[in-house]
Design a protein around this ligand. Structure first.
Ligand code: NAP
Length: 532
């Protein structure tokens, strides 16, 4: 398998300009061949014109046809074999074992959305039959369901080169909904992106779908990313990355003549609250679990815990001491790219210089700059300092966390209420702790999308009940999830058909309900056909 360094527009390898960029192995700094062509505005236009043309066909495909397409993409990705894993490892510094797991997740997500389509009820079909005799006014026949938005632009994430990139969760859910996808590959892993895009193209061809259903544009320039969002044919955007990047895309989308939804998953501190009984019973166990959650994957998960709160006293001190030695024992690891390492070093320096914040622990080994390594770090401070220093609420992307000592439960609750929006919030507590923790839990419910009890936030299950979202700045729209089957809802909008004859309705809304969907008929959930 070789790489050509071109983008794919509707299945065709394209390079329109002469400017190029390269991937680098973050472990060695080595430049990786080949050069990749920088996409230009004409590429953006060509990809979106193809996507729009494909939408006319793709939106009318059956759920089964789209399910077969997703399953075929999964097969094609697996068929890429070890070279895909080797290239992804070289471009990201992530170990092969982690990438084997991530490939499993990527393929699993595609198959899960295929199942969602085959079951079919995701489209939320609702039928209110006509009441012609109703007085004073008759009721018309009303039938509503979710239909795809149109072409979607997806930004590949650096920290999941497979599961949140070219054929990752955003792409899988958008294709499932019936939306063509134009991916902006992350410039840190263009080779991985090219191969996965080839797999999607082959699947589209094998399924007889128009090639414009998928395009991959490669490039490293912000203006090209903004052009994708501003293109009038783009109807929604999916993004995982920095607050700065997500915010730029949101503002670009809002400044369009036709503003469009941006589903950006950005920054979260994933606070953990340790209640007194839990600290008394298992401070060592919590310290060991926290070490793994903070440092796994070199801390490059959006759910890494960045703030840990507890009430001062001997049990908190015992936990702090155990966590201190745990952090010292973790070796520095290679980060995804140099920019992320620089950002980590800057955030760490800012935290160290924050008045009232002291360094608690650092890895016994120094990080090697030449290997793009990050040194695990922990700081300690008081709740009062946390209240007075807003920068402590800025994400530190990497293996670092801040322990915050409160004086009592009231101060813990106050800290919870002052938190900005989060993907997750975690509480460790005994049943007795929880009996007193109602106000704290209520405060956390207001700021976070997922509440975890006696566990850790890293490790996000891909399943129907998962919610991976939260109030701003965790995401740009707290009502939706980026992970799990509900992610498909982002790419569809309700359309209501009033007084349409049976033959002119989408099959999901017809009387016979041939697919046996769960539908809301006259206000009641049922799989029954109408008229039975
Ligand atoms: P990033 O800088 O946000 O980049 C992600 C994508 O967005 C890239 O394709 C990038 O394109 C584009 N982009 C970024 N800023 C943009 C702007 N102002 N205008 C238009 N497009 C823009 O993310 P990253 O490279 O993965 O990592 C940088 C930082 O992001 C990390 O240090 C971390 O703080 C954060 N991050 C957070 C998460 C999370 O899950 N919360 C995940 C990954 C990263 P170009 O590179 O081509 O400009």
């Amino acid at each position: 398998m070789s790489l050509h360094g071109k983008s794919f527009i509707a299945g065709v390898p394209v390079v329109s300009g002469t400017d190029t960029f390269y991937a680098f192995d973050p472990r060695t700094g080595e430049k990786l061949e080949p050069a990749f062509g920088e996409s230009r505005s004409e590429d953006v236009n060509a990809a979106l014109q193809s996507a729009e043309a494909a939408f006319e066909v793709f939106r009318k495909t059956s759920a089964t046809e789209r399910a077969t397409f997703l399953e075929r993409i999964a097969e094609e990705i697996l068929a890429l074999g070890d070279p895909l894993l080797q290239r992804a490892s070289a471009e990201s510094g992530l170990p092969q074992d982690r990438l084997i797991g991530e490939r499993g997740r990527t393929v699993g997500q595609l198959r899960l959305f295929a199942e969602v389509l085959r079951e079919g009820s995701w489209c939320d079909a609702r039928i209110d039959v006509a009441l012609p005799e109703r007085t004073p006014l008759p009721r018309p026949d009303l039938r509503r369901m979710l239909l795809p938005l149109g072409p979607v632009t997806v930004f590949g994430a650096s920290n999941f080169p497979l599961a949140f990139s070219v054929a990752g969760g955003d792409t899988a859910s958008a294709l499932a909904a019936g939306c063509p996808v134009v991916v902006k590959g992350h410039p840190a892993h263009p080779g991985t992106s090219e191969w996965v895009a080839g797999a999607v193209n082959r699947a589209a061809a094998a399924c007889g779908l128009p090639a414009g259903v998928f395009s991959l544009l490669q490039g490293s320039r912000p203006e090209f990313a903004i052009a994708l969002v501003k293109h009038p044919l783009t109807q929604a955007v999916g993004f995982t990355g920095s607050h700065r990047g997500g915010r730029a895309l949101l503002e670009a989308a809002n400044s369009r003549p036709q503003p469009i939804p941006v589903f950006a998953e950005m920054s979260s501190l994933n606070p953990i609250f340790l209640l007194p009984g839990a600290l008394r019973q298992k401070s060592q166990e919590i310290a060991a679990g926290l070490k793994v959650s903070v440092t796994a994957g070199v801390g490059q998960f959006c759910t890494k815990p960045g703030l840990v709160f507890g009430i001062g006293g001997p049990d908190w001190d015992a936990f702090t001491e155990a966590f201190q030695s745990a952090i010292r024992s973790v070796a520095p690891g290679t980060m995804l790219h140099r920019g992320i390492r620089e950002q980590y070093c800057q955030s760490a320096a800012r935290t160290s210089q924050t008045p009232g914040v002291a360094l608690l622990a650092q890895s016994d080994s120094e990080a090697e700059e030449t290997s793009t390594q990050a040194r695990p770090l922990a700081w300690k401070t008081s709740a009062q300092t946390f209240f007075g220093q807003p920068t402590l609420q800025e994400e530190i992307f990497g293996p670092a966390t801040v322990l915050i000592e409160a004086c009592d439960l009231g101060e813990l609750r106050l800290a919870a209420s002052k938190l900005s929006g989060q993907l997750t919030a975690t509480v460790h507590g005994t049943p007795e702790d929880l009996a007193d923790a109602g106000p704290l839990l209520e405060a956390l419910e207001r700021v976070a999308g997922r509440l975890i009890l006696n566990g850790f936030p890293t490790g996000v299950e891909v399943s129907p009940a998962m919610h991976h979202g939260g109030p701003y700045p965790a995401t740009t729209d707290s009502r939706f999830t980026a992970v799990g089957t509900a992610a498909i809802q982002r790419w569809a909008r309700p359309v209501c058909f009033q007084n349409f004859p049976e033959t002119a309705l989408p099959v999901e809304l017809r009387n016979g309900n041939p697919a046996g969907l769960m539908r809301t008929v006259n206000g009641k959930l049922t799989r029954d056909a109408l008229g039975q």
